[in-house]
Design a protein around this ligand. Sequence first.
Ligand code: AMP
Ligand code: GLY
Length: 435
Amino acid sequence: MTTSPSDALKVLLIGSGGREHALSWKLAASPLLGTLYCTPGNPGIAECATLIDLDIDDHDAVIAFCHSFEIDLVVVGPEAPLVAGITDPLIAAGIKVFGPSQAAAQLEGSKGFTKDLCARFDIPTGSYGRFNNAPKAKAYIREQGAPIVVKADGLAAGKGVVVAMTLEEALDAVDACFEGHFGDAGAEVVIEEFLDGEEASFFCICDGTTALPFGSAQDHKRVGDGDTGANTGGMGAYSPAPIMDEAMTERVMKELIEPTMRGMAEIGAPFSGVLFAGLMIGKDGPKLIEYNTRFGDPECQVLMTRLKDDLLVIMLAAVNKMLDQVSIRWSDDAALTVVMAAEGYPASPRKGTVIKGVEEADALPDVKVFHAGTVHKDGELLANGGRVLNVTATGKSVSEAQAKAYQAVSKIDWAGGFCRSDIGWRAVEREKSAR
Ligand code: AMP
Ligand code: GLY
């Protein structure tokens, strides 16, 4: 398709993480794009977009910006603005938004909401109870026994979940919730059956009616090698997830995603945007751990490096409710990303340390370094957050992508940072035993 400057599209992207750098990199490659704006952005995103300063909690200010800059599409990266309801007022003002309504974002914003939806529409998940006081929650835990999972109902930046191996741990987790450790998110707790199996992240792009499968990935949530230590937002990922073969994808679509889409439409909250299913695949088949209503971070980085099609075309098809006419092509290569985090992450990451060598790493073949928490100051690149860089590589196998990603990591000279040394270990072991 050819475009003249007058019909070249103007897009506003919201967010500042590695996920948004990957999205901006892919959107910037679209022949349909005229100008990409991003708020607040980061130094990596600044290479693909014009960064602007907007208070995204001030919906009127966002609407005013979109009108005066004639924005054709707003893409919302993170969950917080979606759950806070940024989409509805923008759509009411005639602006196209890729992302769910506030009602549909409850799939991520309230774990209890999602569990009730699963119960009502027969979507396989662990059994559960919802409680707004400690004594009842504790009585339920004593009745069920350990292992058991205690979750703050609301958004808690990945920290509101305790997989308790003992009764004592579970009872302590209930106290932590009601003592306000997770703020408002912990005003209600969901107690859930412990699910055993292999986890996978599965993505669909949705337009309210159609859900189009959009790849799979495996994340590494623990901070330390061998999946040890504290839970984090994710220390690395690879795509595709070997367990999500064609047959399993079909099963997940039929047993989980399609009833979710039907259910959301039936309750008056049709889902559009990214539906990200956290799955546990055990001996009884796939079960839902949780839904998120946006791309995963760092899962997005590996999806974007494998996506062959134009992301802007796909997002426009979603907002125009035309996904039934779209098919998606992926590279046959595997992609793997290693998260480099600031020392002290996740508890108390140290800011302001100097990072060198990003350009050398980025110049290696089949490597792309995405920025997350970085900042430029006085000509230097500094760490400015917990997760700081996502060193991403592709290869014919996960093992090959892993070797290239760690080769690139070795070019980065950053005394104040660390990364896991075993991202992709499960897939690499599988590949070894298949040889
Ligand atoms: P979530 O924030 O819901 O993704 O939970 C964080 C992590 O806790 C998940 O990635 C799982 O590893 C684990 N988890 C959550 N719910 C369960 C469950 N019902 N059974 C076993 N593990 C779980
Ligand atoms: N990496 C997990 C998430 O984005 O929720």
